[in-house]
Ligand binder design. Structure first.
Ligand code: PLP
Length: 387
């Protein structure tokens, strides 16, 4: 009787429906399924952050409507963290806004700057929200393929002139989900130049800046001189502090861009719960060793799983970034077919690359966010597969 809006009807079909069905079927048969599909850290939020959240819950000041843009103390904590981590100066009053998780801001951002018919340049494969946020804002996504031969960076020179003329925003995400490709300052410099020349907003999603397993720390695009003229960066506590359930992130950068996002949010939500922001302040002041422990865990898991996959002849994209492995599907299979085999024959759920866009076809993604014992079990099962 009630028809969904055109807005909802234009959304791509749910690509994981068949995979979900298979997983449920295996579970019903009593198979011990190991789910390496979802990128949601298994480890708990560090205790001092949880303690601060509990304390803050008791504070009556937090029981009233929060600030739309986030507590000044939280925005200051973000600015201080950016200064410490990236050497980037931010004005906490004008260049920082709190988000209810970065997904919220990423989705809402195009509503502030995109008119119907405007183009938004979105990478593929990618986190689906860049594309969906564009569609909901009435914009037209234009796909920038991320190819292995270009280290999964978009080829700016390949974007046609008429597309650039209509382009309002370009999305980038490094360290990259799903490919695990690293950012380089060189690329960011080129991107900022390009964006200034063509008057395009650069929206950078830096959710994985702290998830690295080598010695090179990923940069922020805001480290590029002049980046603040064109760029906004989205970030989050979710991955760095195992806080996906808390829903706290932020956007920083160009004042007008931050203001536009704030205008949308003022009309949509009423800000994140103050107690969660207090916990976030605590998180941002955590000693670096805490995050280093987490990196060490991911480094070990990455080693275990890479070895298992390579032992059966699969090609893993080697990277020191994110908690994902991006793996080539063997010859003769589509991503979905091979992922289907993994669940059928090994009880292991992975994400087919095609779920991240057409250019993800030919790969699958493994998330290292399950306890290490489970990952060892998964690696044993993989080693005994006959390809
Ligand atoms: C996990 C993730 C985020 C962070 O999402 P939150 O809403 O902050 O939990 C943002 N971008 C990408 C690419 C992610 O994978």
């Amino acid at each position: 009787m009630f028809e969904f809006s055109e807005r909802l009807k234009q959304l791509p079909p749910y690509l994981f429906a068949e995979l979900d069905r298979k997983k449920q079927e295996k579970l019903a048969q009593g198979v011990d399924v190991i789910d390496l599909g979802v990128g949601d850290p298994d480890l708990p939020t560090p205790a001092p952050i949880v303690e601060e959240g509990k304390r803050a819950l008791e504070n009556p000041e937090n029981h009233r409507y929060p600030s739309y843009v986030g507590k000044l103390a939280f925005r200051e904590a973000v600015a201080n963290w950016y200064k410490r981590r990236f050497g980037v100066e931010l004005d906490p009053e004008r260049e920082v806004i709190a988000l209810i998780g970065s997904k919220e801001g990423i989705f809402h951002f195009p509503l502030a700057f995109v008119n119907p018919g405007d183009v938004v340049l979105v990478p593929d494969p990618a986190y689906p929200v860049y594309r969906i946020g564009t569609l909901f804002a009435g914009g037209e996504p234009y796909v920038l393929p991320l190819k292995e031969e270009n280290d999964f960076l978009p080829d700016l020179d390949a974007i046609p002139e008429d597309v650039i003329k209509k382009a309002k925003i370009i999305w980038v995400n490094y360290p990259n989900n799903p490919t695990s490709a690293p950012p380089t300052l060189e690329f960011y410099e080129k991107l900022v130049d390009w964006a200034k020349k063509h008057n395009v907003i650069v929206a950078s999603d830096n959710a994985y800046s702290e998830i690295y397993t080598g010695s090179q720390k990923p940069p922020s695009i805001l480290e590029v001189p002049g980046a603040k003229d064109v760029a906004i960066e989205f970030h989050s506590l979710s991955k760095t502090y195992n806080m996906t359930g808390w829903r706290l992130g932020w956007a920083v950068g160009n004042e007008e861009l931050v203001k536009g996002l704030g205008k949308v949010k003022t009309n949509v939500d009423s800000g994140q719960f103050g107690a969660i922001q207090d916990a976030g302040i605590k998180a941002l002041s955590m000693p670096e060793e805490e995050v280093q422990k987490l990196r060490d865990v991911y480094a070990e898991r990455k080693r275990i799983m890479t070895q298992a996959l390579e032992r059966i002849g699969l090609k893993v994209y080697r990277s020191d970034y994110t908690f994902y492995l991006w793996v080539k599907v063997p010859e003769g299979y589509t991503s979905a077919q091979f992922v289907g085999r993994l669940i059928d024959e090994a009880g292991i759920v992975c994400t087919p690359g095609s779920g991240f866009g057409e250019h993800g076809e030919g790969y699958f993604r493994i998330s290292l966010t399950v306890p290490t014992e489970r990952l060892l079990e998964a690696s044993e099962r993989i080693k005994s597969l006959k390809l």
